[in-house]
Design a protein around this ligand. Structure first.
Ligand code: CO8
Length: 258
């Protein structure tokens, strides 16, 4: 499918989604969010890792589109927020690992897009932040919740109340970003991580992601029960039989995701 503001490329089992509207620093307007929703819905079972990054040199995503938002009525803002939340939830709930390659500004909705990914790597040029209060609003695509879960309440409050932009090194110190890479090394690093993931059982990875996400907001006993049940269920899978057989036969496993 042809998109105007995004690009979805696939190389084997790894897809890369570019938010590609560099003239507006990849700001998320309704059209871009709708295209993102369509692209995420179109991802087939042959894709086993998704990398999300920004087109152009400067930005991952510089936020929701302020020019579009400025004139929204309250009802329209509710709709716009719901669309953004749908996209972030869809991304978060994909049954495959998602990697944000933060190649520049990741502000407001851009930071929230990265936060909806499983892993965040950043280039040395990256700047992250949630500056919404400076515009008289609050983060509206999940930032108040996902940032808080990622870095804790006090740090999230500090970043949200000050609206301060932090560099990649600071973001790593806070645990928001996993690694900081030179700009030219960012996508290759994400692809290396993807290659490591691809060696493992896809069904096991999907289940691990689900258990981590579903368990995170639960009481530890309930969450551990979810793990116990899911662990047992995997013994009904072809991947479990193949993974363990391959180990015993001292050969690499050939997983089918079933
Ligand atoms: N929206 C629209 N256009 C943008 C945005 C944006 N978020 N960011 C940059 N642009 C545009 C600029 O207007 C400019 O356009 P033009 O060339 O036509 O004037 C172009 O991109 C280049 O930007 P700059 O000239 O400003 O580039 P600089 O290098 O000088 O500055 C910055 C880069 C620091 C990133 C600066 O552009 C900036 O501060 N951008 C806005 C950052 C921001 O505040 N983001 C948060 C937006 S609010 C948000 O994301 C809320 C999410 C939830 C919404 C929920 C709704 C219900």
């Amino acid at each position: 499918m042809a998109y105007e503001n995004i690009r979805l490329e696939q190389d084997g089992a790894v897809a890369t989604l570019f938010i590609d509207r560099p003239k507006a620093l990849n700001a998320l307007n309704s059209k871009t969010l709708q295209e993102l929703e369509a692209a995420l819905n179109s991802i087939g079972t042959d894709v086993r890792v998704l990398i999300v990054t920004g087109g152009g040199e400067k930005a991952f995503v510089a936020g929701a589109d302020i020019a579009e938002m400025a004139a929204l009525s309250e009802a329209q803002a509710q709709e716009f927020g719901a669309l953004g939340h749908r996209v972030m939830a869809k991304l978060e709930e994909l049954p495959i690992p998602t990697i944000a390659a933060v190649n520049g500004f990741a502000l407001g909705g851009g930071c929230e897009l990265a936060l909806a990914c499983d892993l965040i790597y950043a280039s040395e040029k990256a700047k992250l932040g949630l500056p919404e209060v400076g515009l008289g609003v609050i983060p509206g695509f999940g930032g108040t919740q996902r940032l808080t879960r990622a870095v804790g309440r006090a740090r999230a409050k500090e970043l949200i109340f000050t609206g301060e932009r932090i560099d990649a090194a600071k973001a790593k110190e806070l645990g928001l970003v996993l690694e900081v890479l030179p700009a030219e090394g960012l996508l290759p690093h994400c692809r290396e991580v993807a290659a490591k993931i691809l060696k493992n059982g896809p069904l096991a990875i999907a289940k691990a992601k689900k258990v981590i996400e579903a368990g995170a907001d639960q009481d530890l006993r309930v969450a551990n029960e979810l793990e116990r049940k899911t662990f047992g269920e995997l013994f009904g899978s072809a991947d479990q039989r193949e993974g363990m057989k391959a180990f015993l036969e001292k050969r690499p496993a050939t997983f089918t995701g079933k």
